[in-house]
Design a protein around this ligand. Structure first.
Ligand code: MOS
Length: 758
């Protein structure tokens, strides 16, 4: 069998691994030495470079495009616009990728309509990137502009319940009990508004597509995507190409966090150019263009909580109004968590959208929960303060043993242990109850905490495994590693299952021709693809067992349960008989075994449970009294997410989530000039992300659960949970430090210093 040199493999001598062995990622060497190639690093002999021209007008119609000056430059091959693009399908249906919201997807260079500021309107194609970039500046576009609306807060009166719903989305459940009356009657109440500013995706790798035009017209596309089969699906449908004429690869992805769930416009533009010119074409977005295809939606929220004198919740009301585009209803679960996280009989939830002249918002790490749970958890802190209770004691008083919305048990829920272990590690019992009690030098010191939650999902996937006579195992699935450690975790699951040294196992992913796998999203790849890998290995083990019974003395009549697979051997535990897997393969299977496994979630069993991951986050901040600057100086995050396959990569996921939570809390916001209808700070110079100096040592604890309802290995997922609750814990710590409640993210110094609350 051939093993692509691009596929990372553990170094020789790594040896035996189990589920739970802490392992450095097996693609680390390829990444730090630069041999791992990303979408924009693949080439072709006569590669052309495309540079996108974007409009600055928020709404209108293109009157004319003058491409003469650009075309006159030496090296410019073509300028593609809506006037000369190759023929594409026009129906919305063909532009809906597998993760598209309901509605009418944006179609780049489709016609002369301008829908948002930043919309791509032309692609300049040249023999070098430099010439293409210069020529792009020479393209003159005249637009007849029309009035636009981009201001969510100014148009809240237009909010309406989304009518176009995406399959799989859970709208807020119907009210239960009578929350309004309970709130009116309660001795302790909170009623507060929260605001989350727009955030944009800034993974290290910018979105890019390299389309390699084969001799027979076959397209091999290296795309920055969270799902190669999703990109293939979109390209083949939008251009009316048979799927076999398009192969999409994404062997390495430099972070995506949701930005690569939907294929971005670079993919369709690069493909357009390649088909039009019958040449290979690469299109890479610039950092500024990363601000032109979707964002975490600006969201306004109101939370009302009520409790009795002991702190028991008697009412939870949570409403959210978020933005969407004119064309699609981008929906996310913002408020539902508030009906699930705590026990309460009277719950009322509402979620509405306002259509704006923007690109559709897009999933971003823990979409909905990152800001929805934020509002709830700050409100809980406010309630604790109003009731004179410790914030952790308030959570424990209202701990949900069952889900009160659906009256179902949790598949597993070790949140109580998360609270307990993180609080002890943090030293929470020494926290003064009142705010503004701790001070060092010119800084107020505060301690805050919050709860986090996210779904534990499972999708469907196939895996194929081939075991050869040298005892080398290749497992394949069209999965993705967006930097999360998929290569390592999947190889680890396979090696542990088969009792093979890790360096004898290759996991191949990132190629649309491999067995079907979903997008890497929703923190579900381990429970989905991992289960498929686990399943196919079990099938191999069972065929080896049957062969051993027939061919190996001492295995006659052996029961499957009595076998152990270790160090490349099969051991019959009762008799002590052993046989090397390689020998068995040579003697019984022609030297090779191959099998496939289709993982379909057991919906009948799963739907009897609420399946979720949980976290408890404890934070210390220091707030400069004169400047209002906030420093996060300690973070303890305890996470319950099933069995942890690899504590090293899982911990990195949580740290990454915490870092982004710090960014959400203190730094990240894209600001609009509503007169122009345009995001103004579209560069890393002005859009601040948390950098090293902003991030303290992050203490991550895993409280293990063994959840066989979510997945056959007992694992859930850790991609998103790390961010949820972090910004709330920081906000709560700022209150504890200063007595000032900041209800809007990011908590920039102007808000911290503002005289009025909020
Ligand atoms: Mo995640 S926002 O599902 O990549």
């Amino acid at each position: 069998m051939t093993v692509d040199a691009q596929q990372p493999i553990a170094p020789e001598g790594t040896g035996a691994v189990a589920i739970g062995t802490p392992l450095p990622r097996i693609d680390a060497l390829a990444k730090v030495t630069g041999t791992a190639r990303y979408a924009a690093e693949h080439g072709a002999a006569d590669l052309l470079h495309g540079v996108v021209v974007n409009t600055v007008v928020a709404r209108g119609r293109i009157r004319s495009i003058d491409t003469q000056a650009a075309l006159a430059l030496e090296g410019v091959v073509e300028v593609i616009t809506h006037l000369n693009r190759p023929k594409m399908r026009s129906m919305d249906l063909f532009y809906k990728d597998m993760t598209a919201p309901a509605g009418s997807p944006f179609k780049p260079l489709h016609d002369d309509e301008i829908h948002y500021s930043g919309q791509p309107v032309a692609l300049v194609v040249a023999t070098t990137l430099e010439v293409a970039r210069y020529a792009a500046m020479l393209v003159r576009i005249e637009v007849e502009s029309r009035p636009h609306e981009t201001n969510l807060l100014a148009h809240r009166d237009r909010a309406k319940t989304p009518s176009r719903l995406k399959a799989g989305y859970s709208p807020p459940p119907k009210p239960r009990g009578d929350a309004e009356s309970a709130w009116q009657a309660a001795p302790v109440t909170v009623d507060a508004e929260y605001y989350a500013g727009v955030e944009h995706h800034n993974p290290m790798e910018m979105h890019a597509s390299t389309v390699i035009y084969g001799e027979d017209g076959h397209l091999t596309i290296h795309d920055k995507t969270q799902g190669s089969q999703n990109s293939r699906w979109l390209v083949s449908r939008a251009f009316g190409l048979p799927e076999r004429k398009v192969t999409v690869k994404n062997a390495f992805v430099g972070g995506a966090f949701g930005s690569g769930l939907r294929p971005q416009y670079n993919l369709l533009l690069a493909t357009m150019a390649a088909l039009h010119l019958k040449r290979s074409v690469r299109v890479v977005l610039t950092r500024q263009q990363m601000f032109t295809f979707g964002h975490r939606p600006e969201t306004w929220q109101r939370v009302r909580l009520a409790a009795d004198a002991t702190g028991r919740l008697t009412a939870v009301m949570h409403e959210a109004i978020a933005e969407t585009s004119r064309r699609e209803d981008y929906v996310e679960v913002v408020v539902n968590w508030s009906g699930q996280l705590y026990a309460c009989d009277n719950v009322k939830l509402d979620y509405q959208l306002v259509e704006l002249d923007q690109y559709s918002p897009i999933d971003m790490r823990a979409p909905g929960a990152a800001h929805g749970v934020h509002a709830l958890e700050v409100a809980m802190d406010e309630l604790a303060h109003a009731a004179g209770l410790d914030p952790l004691a308030l959570r424990l008083r209202n701990y949900a043993e069952r889900d009160s919305a659906k009256d179902l048990p949790f598949s597993t829920k070790a949140l109580r242990q998360c609270y307990d272990q993180a609080a002890r590690r943090f030293g929470w019992e020494r926290r003064p109850l009142a705010p503004r009690q701790m001070r060092e030098g010119h800084e107020w010191v505060g301690w805050g905490m919050a709860t986090g939650t996210w779904d534990a999902m499972q999708m469907f996937a196939r895996a194929r495994a081939t075991l050869d006579e040298e005892g080398r195992l290749v497992v394949e699935s069209a999965a993705t590693d967006i930097g999360t450690g998929t290569y390592t975790a999947m190889a680890q699951i396979a090696a542990a299952s088969m009792g093979l040294p890790l360096e004898h196992v290759t996991f191949r992913l990132g190629d649309s021709t491999l067995p079907v796998a979903p997008i890497e999203g929703g923190s579900s790849h381990v429970s989905t693809v991992g289960s498929a890998v686990h399943g196919v290995c079990e099938k191999l083990r069972k065929s080896l067992w049957k062969r051993a019974k027939q061919h190996v003395p001492g295995f006659d009549g052996a029961r499957y349960a009595d076998l152990e697979f270790r160090s490349g051997q099969i051991v019959h535990l009762p008799s002590g008989a052993t046989v090397p897997v390689t020998q068995l393969l040579r003697e019984s299977a022609g030297g090779r075994l191959e099998d496939k496994y289709l993982l379909l979630p057991n919906m009948l069993k799963q739907k009897k449970y609420i399946r979720a991951v949980h976290s408890a986050v404890f934070v210390e901040v220091r707030v400069d009294e004169a400047l209002g600057t906030v420093r996060v100086t300690r973070v303890v995050s305890a996470v319950a997410a099933g069995r942890i396959i690899n504590p090293v990569t899982a911990r990195s996921q949580i740290i990454g989530g915490v870092v982004w939570g710090i960014g959400q809390a203190l730094h990240e916001e894209t600001l609009s000039d509503h007169a122009l209808g345009r995001f103004m700070n579209h560069s890393l110079g002005e859009y601040h992300i948390a950098s090293n100096a902003d991030v303290p040592e992050v203490d991550v604890l895993f409280v293990e659960e063994d959840d066989r309802i979510v997945s056959r290995m007992g694992a859930k997922g850790v991609g998103e949970i790390g961010i949820v609750g972090v910004a709330a814990a920081i906000s709560n710590a700022v209150f504890h430090a200063t007595g000032k409640r900041v209800r809007s993210t990011p908590m920039t110094p102007d808000k911290v210093m503002a005289r009025e609350m909020g």
